[in-house]
Unconditional design. Structure first.
Length: 403
């Protein structure tokens, strides 16, 4: 069943991200960031079905060079918290062929480029090997500045203003394009960019599964298959979603049964009138249960709590990674307090000293992997935070004794 998804996100330096890294990852290529000297190598990434750069007709030829384009985007921004790129993340219908999905993604990219005057880097990704095999999707990474014959120019401010309605316009336009493509492919499926609430559909929502929860559910399903038993959700989010889907299926079954009974009643079958009344009562009870305000509020609060917790933990891991990078950079530069003869460096926990020196001896790819582990793995981040905090406490104590 075709589903609609178009989300607009930003790539900003305030979150420690760069346009060069984002483009290299999405396209599965290698790009050297000329500002930082970091080489982002994702040539081993699999599942990239198509990559293409769409730009205005008067854009210079170098725009088609992915490395040149995104290094130019980085150099055009001077603030440390600048937004350096914008991303349109879209779902592609599994009902279409690979060529039709490519035409749909590139067609949307062309319209975005023409309307806002930006360059659009299109990367189409295949479904993950262990996930939903219908999850065809594309990433449309765009410059935040218009580009013409002279290169990058003014900012696309209309996309920074929520009141402009541009994002909602693109959601509606992509739904139209998707439905037209499905019609050309003779598929009966259609999509709608509006939420169930806006469409007047009373239907309890499922909760979005993050990467961690989805991985736990996949492991639980594989374990159940190996043990030859029925799979039951392992997390609260999975259990909630399973319950919602079961209710939807039951409601559909009851409503279909009720319609059948109505047709039979028209043929004067008296005993089926009682059956229809029973099914109608079941529908009413199911609807009352689905619309209970208390349950919706509890689920919304739990969802908000999980999202806030995940964001806070990710931010804390980013801070730990940045503190480690700072220590490593000062050690590599031989700054005051970081040489072998320095009492401050000798006071640093041995495990942290070994980690810093090993990091500085490694190549850039290994360094990137090490920082990504700190940013993504809670246990790794916690262990590194303890070492860094221990060093800072020791230095503060020594400074106090020396006064």
């Amino acid at each position: 069943m075709a589903s609609f998804h178009l989300a607009v996100k930003t790539v900003g330096r305030s979150a420690g991200r760069s346009a060069t890294a984002a483009a290299a990852y999405r396209a599965g290529v290698e790009i050297e960031d000329e500002r930082s000297g970091i080489v982002h190598d994702y040539t081993r990434k699999q599942g990239i079905e198509h990559r293409e750069i769409v730009a205005p007709t008067d854009a210079p030829a170098w725009v088609q060079d992915r490395s040149a384009l995104w290094n130019a985007a980085e150099k055009a921004e001077t603030r440390k918290n600048s937004t350096v790129a914008r991303e349109y993340e879209i779902a592609l219908p599994a009902e279409l062929s690979a060529d039709e999905r490519r035409d749909l993604a590139v067609g949307l990219a062309r319209e975005i480029s023409e309307r806002h005057g930006v360059a659009v880097d299109v990367a189409i990704h295949a479904p993950g090997r262990q996930g939903d095999q219908r999850n065809h999707h594309a990433h449309l990474l765009t410059t935040t500045r218009r580009i013409g014959a002279e290169g990058l120019g003014e900012k696309t401010r209309e996309l920074d203003q929520k009141t402009s309605g541009e994002v909602e316009r693109w959601r509606e336009r992509y739904a139209e394009m998707q439905n037209a493509a499905l019609e050309r492919a003779h598929s009966p499926e259609r999509v709608d960019h509006r939420s169930n609430q806006r469409r007047g559909i009373e239907q309890e929502a499922t909760v979005h599964m993050g990467p961690g929860v989805a991985a736990m559910e996949r492991r639980a399903e594989r374990t159940a298959q190996r043990e030859g038993r029925e799979h039951t959700p392992a997390t609260r989010v999975g259990q909630h979603n399973a319950g919602v889907l079961e209710k939807r299926g039951l409601r559909q079954y009851i409503e279909q049964g009720t319609e059948f009974v109505r047709e039979m009643t028209q043929r004067a079958t008296g005993h089926l009138r009682s059956f229809a009344a029973t099914l109608s009562g079941a529908v009413d009870r199911d609807r009352r249960e689905a619309t209970e305000a208390q349950q919706r509020e509890q689920l919304a609060a739990e969802r908000a709590r999980l999202v806030a917790q995940e964001r806070q933990q990710a931010h804390q891991r980013e801070q730990v990674a940045e503190r480690f990078r700072t220590i490593a950079a000062r050690r590599e530069a031989g700054a005051h307090g970081y040489t072998d003869q320095s009492s401050d460096w000798r006071a640093t926990p041995e495990a942290l000293r070994r980690a810093v020196d090993a990091y500085n001896r490694a190549n850039q790819h290994t360094k990137d992997l090490y920082i990504e582990r700190i940013q993504r793995e809670p246990q790794m981040a916690q262990a590194m935070a303890q070492l860094v905090n221990q060093r800072e406490r020791t230095l503060q104590r020594d400074q106090g004794l020396s006064r």
